[in-house]
Design a protein around this ligand. Structure first.
Ligand SMILES: Cc1cc2nc3c(=O)[nH]c(=O)nc-3n(C[C@H](O)[C@H](O)[C@H](O)COP(=O)(O)OP(=O)(O)OC[C@H]3O[C@@H](n4cnc5c(N)ncnc54)[C@H](O)[C@@H]3O)c2cc1C
Length: 536
């Protein structure tokens, strides 16, 4: 047997790749190779939940992409962190675990992803999760630990929850339970106060198996085809270009930015673009890199009348206290996300579904320095909204045949009228929140701008000027019926090719209402069943 010949080659050990590595190797019959461009995740700031403030700009674990100037955001470029490390973005994300709303998946099905409706995907969420309630009760036997930290919320989150009650929004204990709509605290992918990334939950058991090989610092440049059948990949490790061959399949799990780049570099994509870079076309498909969707959110920050997390985490003695609390009992602010509370709500009662996701963070900070997240040295908090289901679509395309050159990211934010209308409705919603007695009593002063001074037009102007990505790019290799509308079929095989699949956030038919880590992990979990059943 040639040593670099495998059954399956998985490209990227992120949220999706780790799940596939675990499930395909567990079967026992197949040799699996996992190639990850980044390095080990044995790093303090990755394991410590709040450490994502440190990995946010750390190029040792982060691709640190930047978009093109975006017309919808007044020509601003947007900074796009993505994990470049075992666990991928699940190693550097904000830990919020949200499956998405049931109708999101019914909409997937309607968009041509047969077999991906809520009733189809729901059992996969149940199988992959191990849910730990606030008092330590465990439900589910899956590998991914999802913890209810509601008993650790900062006390000022009560002001937000009370404000929501006054405005008529229900409270929910679990956005992933039977009543996902309403406000409450976010559950986190942590285990005993330590981050539980996809690498922790899924890859560790796989690494121990003899039939699985996981290589770090191994960056895939392209897929090798025999005709239209994928037979191997070329990757670079320690400066050497190496070929690995797959008897069964190549599975791209490189994420929504890199999977379309790899496909285009390999000859699958918009013919004109590929030819302009001298790449032979294996399969022409203009949707490769297209249909990009993302969530945008805006923060409204306030100086607070009461102590908030700024008081605990800004001064050195507060950091020492938080550090001691963490090391002794694995609790306190370092064991949490800053996104403590929020919810899924309808900005108008006559809507069929929640159209806004909210965040309430008992802390205020500045992210404009480009190198680090700076906490304000006074008590502060922020409230934020993100339209749940934006419709604008952008693109990601190669701008060079050189794999080391990052692709061109054109988000095309706020390019649909619906998305602009959503922004105004979301802004109005925040205005009603900050006028409730519960939040007024917490506000010492707005940290400009003050949303109460805005009319509809200026709410939208401010959003274009200040809103930022919530780091949820999806759909750049979207799933659908056929090559005229999509990149992969409902079995996630790339249209017009064989032995090649894309299994990651880029395969979403469209964006889900919430944060995208949980649905990505679910997608890979279900994909493993599809792949195994094709061979068994
Ligand atoms: C800062 C931040 C905060 C976030 N917060 C949340 C949150 O709180 N909740 C939530 O649900 N979601 C959050 N997300 C989004 C979520 O983490 C992602 O949607 C999810 O991890 C995507 O999974 P993926 O498998 O598609 O890609 P990734 O997890 O990004 O994995 C892709 C992997 O492929 C590797 N790779 C790429 N190119 C190559 C190549 N050429 N060769 C080899 N390997 C390659 C990458 O290094 C990476 O490890 C956040 C993301 C970020 C960046």
């Amino acid at each position: 047997v040639e040593t670099n010949q495998y059954d399956f080659i998985i490209v990227g050990a992120g949220s999706a790749g780790c799940v596939l590595a675990e499930r395909l190797s567990k079967d026992g019959r197949y040799r699996i190779l996992v190639l990850e461009a980044g390095g080990s995740d044995h790093k303090f700031w990755i394991k410590l939940p709040l450490g994502y403030g440190k990995t946010f700009y750390d190029d040792r674990v982060n691709w640190k992409f930047e978009t093109e100037p975006d017309p919808g955001c007044n020509g601003r470029k947007s900074y796009w962190p993505r994990g470049k490390v075992l666990g991928g973005s699940s190693s550097i994300n904000a830990l919020v675990y949200c499956r998405g709303l049931p109708h999101d998946f019914d909409d997937w099905q309607e968009a041509g992803a047969a077999g991906w409706g809520w009733n189809d995907v729901h059992p996969h969420f149940e199988q992959l999760e191990r849910r730990v309630s606030a008092n330590g009760e465990v439900t589910g036997e899956g590998p991914l630990s999802v913890t209810d930290v509601s008993n650790q919320m900062h006390h000022c989150t009560e002001n937000f929850l009370d404000a929501a009650t006054v405005l008529g929004f229900a409270r929910t204990r679990d956005f992933n339970g039977d009543h996902p709509e309403g406000v409450g605290s976010y559950h986190l992918t942590t285990r005993n106060g330590i981050r539980c990334s996809a690498a922790d939950a899924f890859l560790r058991p796989a690494i121990r198996r003899e039939n699985a090989t996981v290589l770090t610092n191994a960056e895939v440049h392209r897929v090798i085809f025999d005709g239209t059948r994928a037979v191997g990949v070329e990757y670079v490790k320690e400066g050497q270009l190496i070929t690995a061959r797959a008897k069964k399949e190549i599975i791209l799990c490189a994420g929504a930015v890199k999977s379309p780049q790899i496909l285009q570099l390999s000859g699958v994509g918009p013919g004109e673009i590929l030819q302009s870079h001298g790449i032979d076309v294996v399969c022409e498909n203009k949707h490769v890199g297209g249909n990009l969707q993302d969530h945008l959110a805006i923060n409204y920050s306030y100086r607070a009348t009461q102590p908030t997390l700024n008081n605990q985490l800004s001064p050195w003695w507060g950091k020492v206290w938080a550090g001691l609390k963490y090391t002794s009992i694995r609790r306190g602010p370092l064991s949490l996300s800053v996104n403590q509370c929020g919810g899924f709500v309808r900005s108008s009662p006559d809507l069929d579904q929640p159209d806004m996701q909210l965040y309430f963070n008992p802390i205020s900070y500045n992210t404009s320095s480009k190198r680090k997240v700076e906490l304000h040295p006074f008590p502060g908090f922020l409230i934020s909204f993100q339209p749940a289901r934006p419709t604008s679509r952008g693109r990601i395309d190669i701008c060079s045949p050189n794999p080391d050159v990052p692709p061109k990211i054109e988000p095309n934010y706020l390019s649909s009228q619906k998305d602009c209308d959503d922004v105004v409705r979301g802004g109005r919603l925040i205005q009603s929140f900050v006028q409730t007695e519960s939040l007024r009593s917490l506000i010492a002063a707005p940290l400009p701008p003050d949303p109460l001074s805005y009319d509809d037009d200026s709410l939208l102007d401010d959003f274009r000027e200040r809103a930022g990505t919530v780091f949820h790019p999806v759909s750049t290799c979207r799933m659908g019926e056929n090559i005229t509308s999509s990149v992969v079929n409902p079995s996630l095989t790339v249209h017009g090719t064989s032995a090649l699949r894309v299994v990651d956030a880029s395969a979403f038919p469209c964006i889900t209402s919430g944060n995208t880590n949980a649905p990505t992990i679910m997608l890979a979990h279900k994909a493993a069943d599809i792949i195994l059943s094709a061979y068994n």
